[in-house]
Design a protein around this ligand. Structure first.
Ligand code: GDP
Length: 498
């Protein structure tokens, strides 16, 4: 396969979240039935972990949208854990009868932690008890500022039962997609994220994944942590066999060597043996699972944020996003409202690097003790910028130390008196700073470093000294594997941890 780095636009990937019984499944079902891809004979009859629909955009062109449909938002949760982006847009379903409920808030914090745009779908408007105004009121109370009510979050009143408003919701999805311009490289080996995997008594292990970039062809091989499969066939979301599939298509491959984990990355290879080695090299241990997705050169500071209200979470996130460090990356692993409790300690998953930041919130009894035992730091503030300041300071202490060479003296080599193996007796002049006994020096020839040495004896006017300063000539014995020459520069440095 040829590789070019050209980006082309790709369909948006959607996740539907909300409180139980507010109509997530009904919405997904409705969309699945009414927006099947043209030409599909029977449409999608069975449940699939993800599916593709088409909807006409503002210029009446068919556009694809990929829906993730996994129970319990498993894949969404998993993708957040790994920091890999799966969903581009979230639809937050809120019942027009009930308004915002506990899981609506949970879903919202998950969305906020993922940093993706979302649309509120006010569902069940066909019911007599539905009250859109009141629902909007509960959104406001929870600081979800929708369009026209002091905010920018789009909302669409819908009925997942009658289908009213659903086209408008999809219009809104395409509009957001247009604004955000989702792109990816099509001409490369496919990469994706597992949304479902299971063991089938007849077919063996089957896994469904969404292709995030690249193209998958029959004949290639795929691998995920600890599992691989030759791509003998590619099934689309309706069970139809494809020869090839590309960006944002949910596809199923059977014949895996082991059960891939939901939320894990899938990569593809031309050769099966490469897939096999990838699977081998990327076995997951619970801790390595997060580590694997992290930039190898970057240390991570996992953060859990808790705040009094939803609106504060947004503000906190914003404040935290402002803090940048070249050696330490902040990773918000969860953002939620309420007091800091045992659950937050659990969320840290035993990672003692985790910091729990509370804003305008309390700490449940005994949680402090648990945190101490787990080595997890908790800090609360009532002023946002103070939290930012505290975090900035913490980052200073947590950023990995680097040894830096600080030059404190430079000398020019004037003559060479003797040489016995690596020990060389020289005469030189300090041009800058000072040279001390025991110093390590870099030897530079015509400005280029050629090696290192150590000053093992130092004399000024034939007397042993500890140090010679700028302008002074001195004699020294230098131990170096490099043979020094007249004209070389000696640059003395100290290692300082920064
Ligand atoms: P989920 O738990 O969020 O997936 O909710 P479901 O989709 O299972 O819906 C819960 C209940 O609400 C079911 O009995 C649905 O038939 C019903 N329901 C969902 N959406 C609507 C709607 O728009 N109108 C009406 N009348 N009922 C709905």
């Amino acid at each position: 396969m040829t590789t070019s780095h050209e980006k082309s636009s790709r369909p948006p990937v959607l996740v539907v979240l909300g409180h139980v019984d507010h109509g997530k499944s009904s919405l997904l079902d409705y969309v699945r039935k009414s927006n099947i891809v043209a030409g599909e004979a029977g449409g999608i009859t069975q449940h699939t972990a993800a599916y593709e629909v088409v909807h006409k955009d503002s210029s009446k062109k068919d556009q694809k949208i990929t829906f993730i449909d996994t129970p319990g938002h498993e894949a969404f949760g998993a993708q957040r854990k790994r920091g890999a982006a799966l969903a581009d847009i979230a639809v937050l379903v809120v019942s027009a009868e009930d308004g915002v409920k506990a899981q609506t808030k949970d879903a919202l914090s998950a969305i906020i932690a993922s940093n993706i745009p979302y649309i509120v779908a006010i569902n069940k408007i066909d019911l007599p008890a539905a009250n859109v105004e009141r629902t909007l009121g509960t959104l406001l109370e929870n600081e979800i500022y929708v369009e026209g009510r002091g905010g920018t979050v789009p909302f669409v009143p819908i009925s997942a039962k009658t289908g009213e408003g659903v086209p408008e919701l999809l219009d809104m999805v395409l509009l957001l997609a247009e604004v955000n311009q989702y792109t990816g490289e099509a001409k490369k080996l496919a990469e994706g994220i597992i949304v479902e995997s299971h063991r089938d008594p007849k077919r063996g292990i089957s896994a469904t994944f969404i292709i995030r970039e690249g193209t998958l062809d029959v004949g290639m091989a795929v691998a995920s942590s600890g599992a691989y499969a030759p791509v003998r066939s590619i099934l689309d979301h309706t069970g139809v066999q494809l020869k090839t599939a590309t960006m944002c298509a949910p596809v199923t491959v059977v014949g895996w060597s082991a059960l891939p984990s939901v939320g894990e990355i899938v990569v593809s290879f031309e050769k099966k043996k490469d897939a096999e080695s990838y699977a081998d090299e990327h076995r997951i241990s619970p801790v390595a699972q997060t580590a694997a997705s992290e930039d190898a050169d970057m240390a991570i500071l996992p953060i859990i944020i808790k705040a009094d209200v939803m609106g504060s979470l947004d503000a906190l996130r914003h404040e935290i996003n402002k803090i940048k460090d070249d050696r330490l990356t902040i990773k918000i692993i969860s953002a939620d409202v309420g007091a800091i409790g045992e659950n937050d300690i659990k969320r840290a998953g035993g990672d003692a690097r985790t910091v729990i930041l509370g804003f305008n919130t309390s700490i449940e009894d005994s949680t402090r003790e648990q945190a101490e035992r787990a080595g997890i730091e908790i800090h609360t503030e009532t002023i946002i910028y103070k939290l930012g300041e505290w975090l900035t300071e913490l980052m200073q202490t947590r950023r990995p130390k680097q040894m830096e060479e600080v030059v404190h003296g430079k000398a020019k080599l004037l003559r060479i008196f003797s040489k016995l193996r690596t020990k060389q007796v020289i005469g030189a002049r300090v041009d800058d700073g000072a040279i001390g006994l025991g110093d390590t020096v870099t030897i530079l020839r015509r400005g280029e470093p050629i090696g290192h040495g150590k000053i093992i004896e130092l004399q000024k006017n034939r007397n042993n000294v500890k140090e010679v300063e700028q302008g002074s000539e001195f004699g020294a014995k230098i131990d170096s594997s490099v043979e020094v020459a007249v004209g070389d520069e000696l640059s003395a440095f100290t290692h300082i941890e920064q």
